[in-house]
Design a binder for this molecule. Structure first.
Ligand code: C5P
Length: 342
């Protein structure tokens, strides 16, 4: 195998772990009602897709984070760093880590990118810090970070109930999708704040989708997509209706918004079909991806070498002309939380 092993000794004899953290779409998101704790009762089918952020975790004396993307908090409000703080407190230890985060998944987009990063940090630190906690124990910490985070500790497809955090794995065949993301952000809290009882449904759509997924029949999956939050979010962002119409005009079998939006996705007959649809979406301001659904884990351990290759800059990094993790002329500025500043 080329490159360093996944859990390797770094240059200062510190251990280093490389991870990828996949995004998700909600094939169905039903709002059943409002709970006494202020959250909404959900029935949702979440599905991991192969669009991923990359993370490098370096053992360190303190907690630090470097992010390569503008407009993403690199401070203590970042969910990846909050995950490290939460795990350190739950485990009652004083170990540290420096997280290097390469964002690929758009932010505040309904694709769970920040939640997946947080799950990757919990998963990776469980190894790096030698905790050996079972997933169920990590999931308790995950829930304190956000209701989507527990899903990413497992991945594949799952039926989520309660606030979305009670998960039942769903057997699912691979489906090709096209994701379309406009240059706007959507706030999850604001989306749920606009929900009215007229948007409540009974959960049967999620149950139907969970049963359908194992059939691998893209047309039936496409016909059963549903998102109850769309009625709350779409009036804020006319772009959502335009993206859905464009996807259908380009040949998508069915379309829906993911999570609290604004990203929408379309179902294709095959990955080749997804690529054709993507090529037909010509609006320059939209970011579009042809992706496959993931049957396996959302968080995966990578070799450092494969990470460099995935980032397309392995050669330059070896020549020493690029930062070995991110490359480019704009290496991320780190944020550090020192011991005692929890
Ligand atoms: O779980 P997360 O922190 O991502 O949720 C963000 C906000 O979305 C919550 O503070 C809440 O206002 C809303 N929410 C909700 N019902 C859910 C999940 C989230 O009302 N099941």
């Amino acid at each position: 195998m080329l490159g360093l092993p996944a859990l390797s000794k770094g240059s200062r004899s510190r251990r280093r772990l490389a991870l990828s953290a996949a995004a998700k779409v909600n094939l169905v998101l039903e709002i059943l009602g409002k709970r006494a704790d202020g959250y909404h009762e959900l029935a949702t089918v979440m599905q991991a897709v192969d669009l991923s952020d990359r993370l490098i975790l370096d053992e360190a004396p303190d907690l630090g984070l470097a992010v390569n993307s503008d407009g993403i908090p690199g401070d203590a409000t970042n969910l990846a760093l909050r995950a490290a703080v939460a795990l350190r407190e739950a485990a009652k230890i004083d170990d540290g880590v420096h997280i290097t985060l390469d964002k690929r998944v758009p932010v505040a987009a309904g694709l769970g990118g920040g939640s997946s990063d947080a799950a990757a940090v919990l998963f990776g630190l469980n190894r790096l810090w030698g905790l050996r906690w079972p997933v169920a124990r990590l999931a308790e910490v995950a829930t304190t970070l956000g209701m989507d985070v527990p899903f990413f500790l497992r991945g594949g497809a799952a039926l989520g109930t309660a606030r979305g955090e009670v998960l039942k794995p769903v057997a699912a065949g691979a489906v090709a999708l096209v994701l379309v993301n406009p240059p706007i952000r959507s706030s999850t809290a604001e989306a749920y704040g606009r929900v009215t009882p007229s948007m409540y449904t009974d959960g049967s759509r999620a149950q139907t989708m969970a049963g359908l997924l194992r059939t691998r029949q893209a047309a039936r999956v496409a016909a059963s997509l549903y998102n109850g939050l769309e009625a709350a979010v779409a009036p804020l962002h006319p772009e959502i209706a335009r993206m859905k119409a464009a996807l259908l005009a380009a040949g998508a079998l069915g379309v829906a918004m993911s999570g609290s939006g604004p990203t929408v996705f379309g179902v294709a007959r095959s990955f080749e079909h997804a690529r054709q649809i993507r090529a037909r979406l010509t609006r320059a301001s939209w970011r579009c991806w042809a992706v496959r659904t993931l049957g396996g884990p959302a968080v995966r351990v990578r070799t450092i070498g494969s990470m460099d290759r995935m980032m397309g800059r392995g050669q330059a990094a070896r020549r020493g002309t690029l930062d070995p993790v991110f490359g480019g002329s704009n290496p991320p500025a780190p944020t550090t939380i020192r011991r005692g500043r929890r």
